[in-house]
Design a protein around this ligand. Sequence first.
Ligand SMILES: *[C@@H]1O[C@H](CO)[C@@H](O)[C@H](O)[C@H]1NC(C)=O
Ligand SMILES: *[C@@H]1O[C@H](CO)[C@@H](O)[C@H](O)[C@H]1NC(C)=O
Ligand SMILES: *[C@@H]1O[C@H](CO)[C@@H](O)[C@H](O)[C@H]1NC(C)=O
Ligand SMILES: *[C@@H]1O[C@H](CO)[C@@H](O)[C@H](O)[C@H]1NC(C)=O
Length: 399
Amino acid sequence: LFTGRLFRMISSGPCPFHCVCRNLSESLSTLCADKGLLFVPPHVDRRTVELRLADNFIMEVGGNDFVNMTGLVDLTLSRNTIHLIRPMAFADLESLRSLHLDGNRLTTLGPRDLAGLVNLQHLIVNNNQLVKVSTQAFDDFLLTLEDLDLSYNNLRRVPWESIQNMASLHTLNLDHNLIDHIAEGVFGELYKLARLDMTSNRLRTLPPDPLFTGAISPTPYNAVISLNFGGNPLHCNCELLWLRRLIRSDDMETCATPAHLAGRYFWSIPEEEFTCEPPLITRHTHKLWVLEGQRATLKCRAIGDPEPVVHWVSPDDRIIANSSRTSSFSNGTLDMLVTVARDDGAYTCIAINAAGEATATVDLKIIPLPHRGGAGGMKLFILSTDGQIAQGEDERGDR
Ligand SMILES: *[C@@H]1O[C@H](CO)[C@@H](O)[C@H](O)[C@H]1NC(C)=O
Ligand SMILES: *[C@@H]1O[C@H](CO)[C@@H](O)[C@H](O)[C@H]1NC(C)=O
Ligand SMILES: *[C@@H]1O[C@H](CO)[C@@H](O)[C@H](O)[C@H]1NC(C)=O
Ligand SMILES: *[C@@H]1O[C@H](CO)[C@@H](O)[C@H](O)[C@H]1NC(C)=O
């Protein structure tokens, strides 16, 4: 009776028990928020345009829950206990523009969980327990999505390869996750992006992006982009100078390292203090003798800020890649599992970082095995009785 005074109850279509259905301006709303529901009621009028199911105790969605609801525009499932979306659960919702799944218990978004939402504009999945989002999860609405909220989850990685194609994206909330890496250039083509919140993640550094650094800013759509990277353990060196230089009213970024800048706001630190140190090779193998067929480990240790990456160049001037026989680790170790005679020669290690590079030379001597008897056999005998000599390594500090 009470609701009857507020809304015109429809008599033609079914209305789930306890819910309120109203048919205003010829579009049907089904309002079932906070009704103690344990599942999506089966008798929802398939013509409904708005379906509100927030604040119930629904644990999973899918099956026939939303079948044939081709005119549904707005679906709210906030604050339930949903831990499972069955694949294709929303497949018929071709008109859906807004999907609220915030405040549930989702741990993953699988490749087909959101399939069929070809007109989705707002996807709100904050405050779940997401640890994984499939790279295909967003495929059906890459070009229509305007608003993506994945904040307050447990994500270490997000599918940047799809996010970078969301041409209509206006707001991206990824704050309060465990993200430690942003791929370079992912925002470059998000011309409509106006807000990016990455507060409270685990980012130590950020690649400069043309969208932020002014190359294409102001974009045709937004004069100012709101960016927030506060609450990340940022390492303040020359690589973050671009962020220090961005003039923003709301910048809250602080440095976590180096120690002398810890806890300070970016804006309080002069640009000159965002420095890098070119690589310095502190220790390396100078000369190594190895019996043909034995393992050889060449080492080259470098310091610098940011931490240098070490590459090795072979005696015939080629960068050494990983193979079945050799592993080249970025920490400067080159491991050759089974040496052959032609490995003999002078190797160069090159330490590189944003501030420069340094090199050192290592001589590798391969003592050939006698392939046919003779004098070589004697030599082998002497050396092989003392593996220490054969594997002799002369590692000295460079001063
Ligand atoms: C809503 O009301 C209109 C008339 O005002 C009617 O034509 C339409 O069928 C109703 N819709 C539903 C879903 O009952
Ligand atoms: C969906 O529509 C199809 C075809 O109109 C019909 O056969 C089916 O029973 C409908 N399912 C539901 C759950 O309304
Ligand atoms: C070789 O493989 C190791 C892991 O096994 C990896 O850490 C390293 O970066 C690779 N090196 C190159 C040059 O790809
Ligand atoms: C470099 O990394 C490799 C693989 O992680 C490891 O086996 C090796 O001990 C490391 N070397 C040094 C000098 O830390």
